[in-house]
Design a binder for this molecule. Sequence first.
Ligand SMILES: [Cu+2]
Length: 109
Amino acid sequence: MRARVGLARAVLVVALAAGVAAIVSVAVDALAAQAYQTHGDIVGFGPNRSYVSIAHEAIPGYMGAMTMTFEPRRPAQLQGYEVGAHVAFTFTVSDDGHRWIDQIFPQVK
Ligand SMILES: [Cu+2]
């Protein structure tokens, strides 16, 4: 009987530790997804605006100025913009390398 209680306690401790480990793992994933902000000029769109190509300014901690593509989280984010528009935006780089636009705003040059 005493051994049973000990085993039950051990199982509980292991289950709690696994739960804590799962929570810590989720928190670390959230930290790993890096968010950045910059601005630039729209130079093109992918089919059905599945992505936008932006000539962006330097992004401190990430890269220098260049032209590259970003994907909208929602199609509506890219509505109303034309090639040549100047935009300010924030984006998150996911573990698999996708650059997701979090927020995008028109900017006056
Ligand atoms: Cu770039």
